[in-house]
Write a protein that binds this ligand. Structure first.
Ligand code: UGA
Length: 470
């Protein structure tokens, strides 16, 4: 086996595109296939469809050399030693993952397979999908010795996708075949041996040639469950700290101190313990629901997952109520909103709690001025065009003459605002922060009344006295 593996990646969405480009960066020869001709043309022409650090540079370096884009699946998979399926697995009405794209791709691959090929599930899929792909291949007349199906889940986060791919905590390879395990081990060898990190042009991250990432070999079913269980557990951590933040509010304690104290226990760890307005994005909401459905289908009572979802839903309502209790009545109150993306560093608004909160505020009759550094164009496509919603060019424009300023996305630039300037711009200096980006004391020093999540509210004294006098 040569060091360069011929790889086909089916799907040029978040995971597919990042995987394709990163495999090229690892030295492999990649064809990325998508049935959306417009997308293929754009990628071939040098467009980068997502807001992602390092991706435009890597695309520029490898486009039409080590990574080719096509809409011809048969052509892309011909001669490939491994085919990564990275198509969408959207949520259906009941929460079950819709696997029709995966099935369609598997049947199509079956038609063009002539030599031994490893078919790799990269999309997030429920346990047993592997077995279904195998059955689809066999039903379409592919001999058993011509393929193996492997589960190789991806753990990248939006915003840091390239770095996460090349510097993973672990690489999970689920397979029951030694031959397939050898192909996957070879593909990831530049990372697992550490040779990639010695290259001068390597993307920086926490892995090094001395501390390369481990490759964990498991059964196919275990690998499928690892992906769902990991996302569900991270979502659980977020819902847990959100529930604790509600308790802190009731007890007049500070959830940031509580999270710090909990996170210092190495068994708990400090990450994913930031309270806020609930998790969003294209993964956690969908994957928690899908995992709950998998449990149900297998006859397992996993009620905890439903509770994770309930807490997440409530968190947005609680925030709305916080705005209401800060301003008394909502109708006609002018609000500035910072953030629309589901988290900082991305233009993605899928399942964004910020979008939902903006929708609720519009329904309450609040005129809104909103700013997001990357997600406004996408938001315009889903939010109603209305005279009460104005998109503005920066955080200060969003603050001008408003009754309160709301922080809904944790963009780092929102944590570094000129607070004196904000104070002067706002009609009433009130900030309601759904992401706890500021030290409450600092807000008070700058004359701003500050509401945040799970921390005692800090009223600016003059404003408080004035309110009391009315
Ligand atoms: C998530 C996982 O973190 C990745 O490991 C996984 O590969 C990916 O889903 C996927 O399955 O494809 P991502 O959706 O990009 O990645 O976003 P996260 O950074 O995990 O954030 C998810 C949501 O949780 C965001 O709305 C974020 O604001 C929120 N969050 C995160 C919190 O409210 N508190 C936290 O402490 C952390």
């Amino acid at each position: 086996m040569s060091n360069t593996i011929r790889i086909a990646v089916v799907g040029s969405g978040y995971v597919g595109l990042v995987a394709a480009v990163c495999f090229a960066e690892m030295g492999h020869s990649v064809v990325c296939v998508d049935n959306d001709q417009q997308k293929v043309d754009a990628l071939q022409g040098g467009d980068c469809p997502i807001h992602e650090e390092h991706l435009p540079a890597l695309l520029e370096r490898y486009r039409n050399s080590k990574v080719r884009f096509t809409n011809d699946l048969a052509e892309a998979t011909r001669g490939a030693e491994a085919i990564f399926i990275a198509v969408g697995t959207p949520q259906s009405g009941s929460g079950v993952a819709d696997l029709s794209y995966v099935e369609a791709v598997a049947s199509e691959i079956a038609r063009s397979l002539t030599t031994y090929t490893v078919i790799v599930e990269k999309s997030t899929v429920p346990v047993y999908t592997n077995e279904w792909i195998r059955r689809v291949m066999e039903r379409n007349g592919v001999a058993q010795h011509l393929f193996d199906v492997v589960s190789n889940p991806e753990f990248l986060r939006e915003g840091t996708a390239v770095r996460d791919f090349l510097h993973p905590d672990r690489i999970v390879v689920g397979t029951d075949s030694e031959r397939a395990a050898a192909v996957l081990s070879k593909i990831y060898e530049p990372l697992t041996t550490g040779s990639y990190y010695e290259q001068p042009s390597a993307i920086d991250g926490f892995c090094t040639s001395h501390e390369p990432p481990p490759l964990l070999l498991t059964s196919t079913k275990s690998a499928e469950i690892i992906k769902h269980a990991s996302n569900a557990f991270l979502a659980l951590k977020i819902s847990f700290i959100n529930a604790v933040s509600n308790l802190c509010e009731a007890a007049n304690a500070d959830v940031e101190q509580v999270a710090r104290g909990m996170g210092m226990d190495s068994r708990i760890g400090p990450r994913f313990l930031s309270p806020g307005i609930g998790y969003g994005g294209s993964c956690f909401p969908k994957d928690v629901a899908a995992f709950r459905c998998v449990a149900e289908q297998l006859g397992v009572d996993f009620a905890l997952l439903a509770e994770v979802e309930n807490i997440n839903k409530d968190q947005k309502i609680r925030f709305l109520n916080k705005v209401r209790s800060a301003l008394w009545t909502l109708r006609g109150k002018k609000l500035g909103v910072l953030g629309l993306a589901f988290k900082g560093g991305t233009d993605d608004i899928r399942e964004s709690p910020a979008i939902e909160i903006v929708q609720m505020l519009i329904a309450e009759g609040c005129p809104i001025k909103v700013f997001d550094p990357a997600a406004m164009e996408r938001a315009e496509q889903v939010l109603p065009s209305s005279s009460s919603l104005q998109y503005v060019s920066d955080a200060y424009a969003a603050s001008k003459d408003v009754d309160a300023l709301l922080i809904l996305t944790d963009w780092s630039e929102f944590a570094r605002l000129d607070l004196q300037r904000l104070n002067r711009l706002m009609r009433y200096p009130i900030v309601i922060d759904g992401r706890n980006l500021y030290d409450p004391e600092l807000m008070i020093e700058n004359g701003i009344t500050y509401f945040s999540v799970g921390r005692p509210t800090k009223h600016h004294v003059h404003e408080f006295a004035a309110a009391g006098a009315n």
